[in-house]
Design a protein around this ligand. Structure first.
Ligand SMILES: [Mg+2]
Length: 267
């Protein structure tokens, strides 16, 4: 990974070819710092103002692609006229597109069963947050005492591994979160492609755009590993992390700085 600030010339060169940007962003850990309760990860005013301004730019299409449910991520970002994808891309909404992946309906009964078993069987330790995302479940253990984490994971696997082995659902693991999703090869990259097509259509130009994707977690690696130059992948975090992204920035402030740079030069 290369630090993006040392490669701005290269970035400019890639963008200038088409002059259009499709900027897609993860939310938690990318636009807001990770906090102990997901509901408190509210985006600060300068970030919202920046995204609002970008949403009006002719040469920039904007998307937020999150693991949160669609209605939740829309509420957290609150910028109109942009693309949103929730539940790791299973739900998409924006100019000219409204989409729920059909596999979500098929998986619903299993996910409901898993939810009710988790509710009954998880140990009564503090700090567990079971988030029902409609199309999936997330079990957050960031606030669980260290000594209790293994017990929580064990119960989780006891319940869900059978469903996963029977290909009823699939599991994924993020930062202090265990997740159950519909069993289908569909990830943030699939959503990115769908939105990219819609963005090209809604821009009417039909022209190529350079995609810039910024994210910080395991599900963002699904995107990074499939992106190719001239598209630009940016990991948020430490250089020492083995990300598949081509570039990196250190933190949320730097993400905002990078978006500001794009606005100034291409907005
Ligand atoms: Mg994230």
């Amino acid at each position: 990974m290369r630090l993006i600030w040392k490669n701005l010339e290269e970035i400019n060169k890639r963008i200038r070819k088409s002059g259009r940007i499709f900027l897609a962003l993860d939310y938690d850990g990318t636009l807001t710092p990770i906090v102990s309760r997901p509901s408190r990860a509210v985006m600060r005013y300068p970030a919202r103002a920046l995204l609002s301004r970008l949403s009006n730019k002719k040469n920039i299409s904007l998307a937020v692609i999150s693991g949160r449910r669609l209605s939740d991520i829309e509420k957290m970002v609150k910028v109109k006229g942009i693309f949103y994808a929730g539940s790791h891309g299973f739900e998409i909404k924006g100019p000219g597109i409204k989409f729920i992946h059909p596999a979500c309906l098929a998986a619903r009964p299993y996910i409901r069963q898993i939810k009710s078993r988790l509710k009954h069987e998880l140990p009564s330790v503090g700090g567990i947050i079971l988030e029902d995302k409609g199309v999936g479940l997330s079990l957050h253990y960031r606030n669980v005492k260290k000594t209790a984490v293994d017990g929580v994971k064990k119960v989780f696997h006891n319940i869900v591994d059978g469903y996963a082995a029977g290909k009823k659902v699939r599991l994924s693991f993020g930062k202090k979160v265990l997740e159950v999703r519909p069993n289908i090869k569909w990830d943030k990259f699939s959503a990115l492609n769908e939105i990219s097509k819609a963005a090209r259509k809604s821009a009417k130009a039909g022209k190529r755009h350079v995609t810039i994707y910024i994210g910080d977690d395991a599900t963002d690696e699904d995107v990074f590993k499939k992106m190719k130059a001239p598209d630009i992948s940016v990991y948020v975090g430490k250089k020492s992390y083995k990300s598949r992204a081509e570039f990196f920035v250190s933190n949320v402030n730097d993400v905002l700085k990078l978006i500001g740079f794009l606005e100034k030069n291409y907005g």
